[in-house]
Design a binder for this molecule. Structure first.
Ligand code: ADP
Ligand code: MG
Ligand code: MG
Length: 258
């Protein structure tokens, strides 16, 4: 049976100031439905690039490989089609949108996805009711919905806002790219609980993180280690604890020797 998400031999590069730079060098990764997987790996190994390529960001050129999402060719889909199909990406650096009201922004995104899925749009009242409940569950201050998107938000508030978006968009597959960076322990737990609340046999997630603490709360089904644009090693949750104790060097050396 084909997997929920199946990445095979994925290579991607970027044109950096006229120079082709190969970043992904053959990524193989399968995520079954209902599982949460984590990717760890040293800075600059291509983790964010992988998430951008999956989300359909245009600056990256895919030169080889394939990505099947629920049996569909993900790479052939427009970013909006990917979102409609259930993909969600929480960015490492959420953008600030001055002059754009957070609740309106979120309602537009939610209704675009609902339309594409053949669901009724939410009117302002119905939407606000759901959004307020979701914001409360994330311990967000009530005024966060009234403010401009991410403008003047603290690091932790931006990450909570990403988790709020994720919760409201009801994705079947979420990628969280270092949604934990810069968060204190309480906020980490809230991000993890946001993901855990979505857990179901129809929901999978790929969590990019450096933090054992986040993984303690999330308890991923599988951990993958990325280095130089490839997945070099996969294992159970104990692999994250080993990395936390010993660093990446040992694993990178072993992979090189193999
Ligand atoms: P990670 O998220 O694992 O830290 P990235 O995917 O952000 O790594 O980056 C992988 C490599 O690709 C790095 O060497 C980075 O500098 C380079 N890279 C990523 N995006 C660009 C870009 N827009 N222009 C030039 N180089 C880039
Ligand atoms: Mg990085
Ligand atoms: Mg990154």
């Amino acid at each position: 049976m084909s997997q929920f998400l199946e990445i095979s031999g994925l290579k991607a590069r970027i044109d950096a100031d006229g120079q082709e730079k190969q970043i992904l060098r053959g990524v193989d990764l399968s995520i079954p439905p209902g599982e949460v997987h984590a990717i760890m790996g040293p800075n600059g190994c291509g983790k964010s690039t992988l998430s951008y390529v999956l989300a359909g960001r245009e600056d990256y050129e895919v030169t080889a490989g394939s990505v099947l999402f629920k049996g569909q060719d993900l790479l052939a889909m427009e970013p909006e089609e990917r979102a409609a199909a259930g993909l969600f990406l929480a960015f490492q650096a959420p953008v600030e949108l001055p002059g754009v009201n957070n609740a309106n922004f979120l309602r537009t995104a939610v209704n675009a996805v609902r339309r594409a899925r053949g669901q009724d749009e939410l009117d302002a009242v119905a939407f606000l009711k759901l959004a307020r409940t979701a914001a409360k569950e994330l311990s967000m201050a009530p005024d966060m919905l009234k403010r401009n998107v991410n403008v003047g938000f603290s690091g932790g508030e931006k990450k909570r806002n990403e988790v709020l978006q994720m919760t409201m968009l009801e994705p079947s597959f979420a990628i969280l790219d270092e949604t934990d960076s810069g968060l204190d322990v309480d906020a980490l737990r809230i991000v993890a609980e946001g993901v855990n609340r979505l857990r179901s046999p129809q929901f999978s997630a790929l969590v990019i993180t450096h933090h054992q603490k986040l993984l303690d709360y999330l308890v991923p089904d599988r951990i993958h280690v990325m280095a130089q644009g490839r997945i070099i090693l996969s294992g159970g949750p104990e692999l994250a604890r080993e990395i936390d104790r010993e660093g990446y060097t040992k694993f990178l050396a072993e992979a090189e020797a193999a």
